[in-house]
Design a protein around this ligand. Sequence first.
Ligand code: AMP
Ligand code: FE
Ligand code: FE
Ligand code: ZN
Length: 280
Amino acid sequence: MRIDLHTHSVASDGTDSPERVLAAAARARLDVVALTDHDTTAGWAPAEAAVARHGVALVRGAELSCRAEGVSVHLLSYLHDPADPALLAEATRIRTSREGRAREMVRRLAVDFPLTWEDVMAHTGPDATVGRPHIADALVTNRVLADRSAAFRSILANDSPYYVQHYATGLVRAIGLVLAAGGVPVIAHPGAATRGRILTDAAIREAAAAGLAGLEVHHRDHGPEQVARLTALADELGLLVTGSSDYHGHGKPNVLGEHTTAPDVLAAVVERGRLPVVRP
Ligand code: AMP
Ligand code: FE
Ligand code: FE
Ligand code: ZN
């Protein structure tokens, strides 16, 4: 069984439609794939509709934009009720703030580069969660930069004068919201230092005490040191250990199935989640 529990579609900052994520998962010989767009479940329905055609089972999820210790944290939620009012309201709050933030970044960038809000919207899927990758795509089209990675290395980096923060949910509160919605909370890439400071052991212990279910230990942004540290923490705290690609289509080099999750870990996720896996 090949299981990849972290991917993105055009419902957020991936470049494949949800159907194409399922098609690509089949080509990558995956048996199970999770769709985990940032702060939205808008891709679930088209992904569900593609399950039978492509013969890949679907875990419905999302990746919530959170913060702890002043660090940006991504919390994966699996198999939660998408209509849960409190979680839905929180995701809406994040998405609204993301739009204001993206508009402000575009306003600042437009002083020095050819860029309009319409350029960014032309690269953002209908109703998609907008982020820096969409701004990057518009800058690439306008020949300011070569690709998304070049943008993230320079004018879209966290320490760039053009960078603006958006609202993000406190991690412990987000874990509570996910659990109350019947979801299974797993911290995405907790050791990804390329994104700036990372969570301390103390913050991960606090998250575990709040009901965190697991850590995404195996991820391309983790070196051997982080894998060893996070494996030891998961073992100590009784957390599930997942591995995933964080596939974003051609927007990032991440390849489907480059890291995978063990079948017994998926079984534990399914047992705790409110929704079933959508099977072919
Ligand atoms: P934002 O959520 O708007 O702050 O933008 C961060 C998102 O950009 C992350 O969720 C990543 O998926 C994506 N990202 C970060 N670095 C890169 C990169 N080098 N190339 C493409 N996408 C990236
Ligand atoms: Fe992303
Ligand atoms: Fe992430
Ligand atoms: Zn992701």
